[in-house]
Write a protein that binds this ligand. Sequence first.
Ligand SMILES: Nc1ncnc2c1ncn2[C@@H]1O[C@H](COP(=O)(O)OP(=O)(O)OP(=O)(O)O)[C@@H](O)[C@H]1O
Ligand SMILES: [Mg+2]
Length: 309
Amino acid sequence: MAAVEIQQLTKTFGKLRALNGVDLTIQPGEMVALIGASGSGKSTLIRHVAGLLRSDAGERGGQVRVLGRTMQSGGHLSPEARRLRAEIGVVFQQFNLVHRLPLLINVVTGVLGRIPTWRGCLGLFTREEKLLAMRALKRVGMDDFATQRAGNLSGGQQQRGAIARCLVQQARIVLADEPIASLDPASARKVMQMLADINRQDGITVVVSLHQVDYAIRFCNRAIAMRDGEIVYDGATDRLTPDFLKDLYGTSREELILTGAFGNRNAPDEEASDGETPDEETEETVTSVPAAPAVVEDVRDVRRAAKAS
Ligand SMILES: Nc1ncnc2c1ncn2[C@@H]1O[C@H](COP(=O)(O)OP(=O)(O)OP(=O)(O)O)[C@@H](O)[C@H]1O
Ligand SMILES: [Mg+2]
């Protein structure tokens, strides 16, 4: 059973064909980069897989299946879409955390798909759920920031929070739409490393759209390149040639970011996993505007319990 199976997906905005008969299959456990110039259709494709956008109506719209079940077909979301969305974690370029809430509360909302709606609406999370969130924060190296308002964290820290939320959600697929576009290189490497970790250690399927092609080459085995709503390359990242990439980006070549951040693509791996060297990231000192005291106390209590366990 494929993690994602897309057949003839077509999406038209007004006169613009944003997706044009896209066929694509992604197997469970893959980590796939989605590349292509601005406007090529990467976000539109990701949003269709997440069930956030519907394709064109009728047969020509095509269909999206996720984990063997229909997410949408012919412009209609399937009755299973809501349940399927619970299996999909999303990480966006614009960090999608609620800024005024502490990081831990943002992360614990990952359980929303599994708990009764009334409890989620009231923000009544159990101690076990908060402990789960705390463990996820620890996993991404953010447990010390649990009580901080999300809005006071750096972009990289927020993205790590968003990944922790996917872990709490127990997502089987993570769709990350340009998760590193607004980050400095050190934070970008850390976030990509975390996506790679949850892919390898937890077997989570990861689809990540990237402008930085060298990150795609470094962290993903497979790349899907899009141009004008169509897939123009689907294969190993180490077979992407500079000439192909220049051609792919065409007149938008200035968007092709080959920073040389990783030097030789055959170099050993330690560079990508050395996120903990002290000068790697300036962990912002957070001048915190505290959240509501009761919430902070509650979060502190959970943090103590997590440390003790
Ligand atoms: N809601 C919308 N209404 C109208 N046109 C849209 C809408 N969303 C996307 N488009 C258009 O569809 C095309 C594909 O857009 P999309 O955002 O998927 O590209 P992208 O590859 O993600 O680009 P970027 O790298 O800039 O994020 C673009 O021409 C865009 O202008
Ligand atoms: Mg986009």
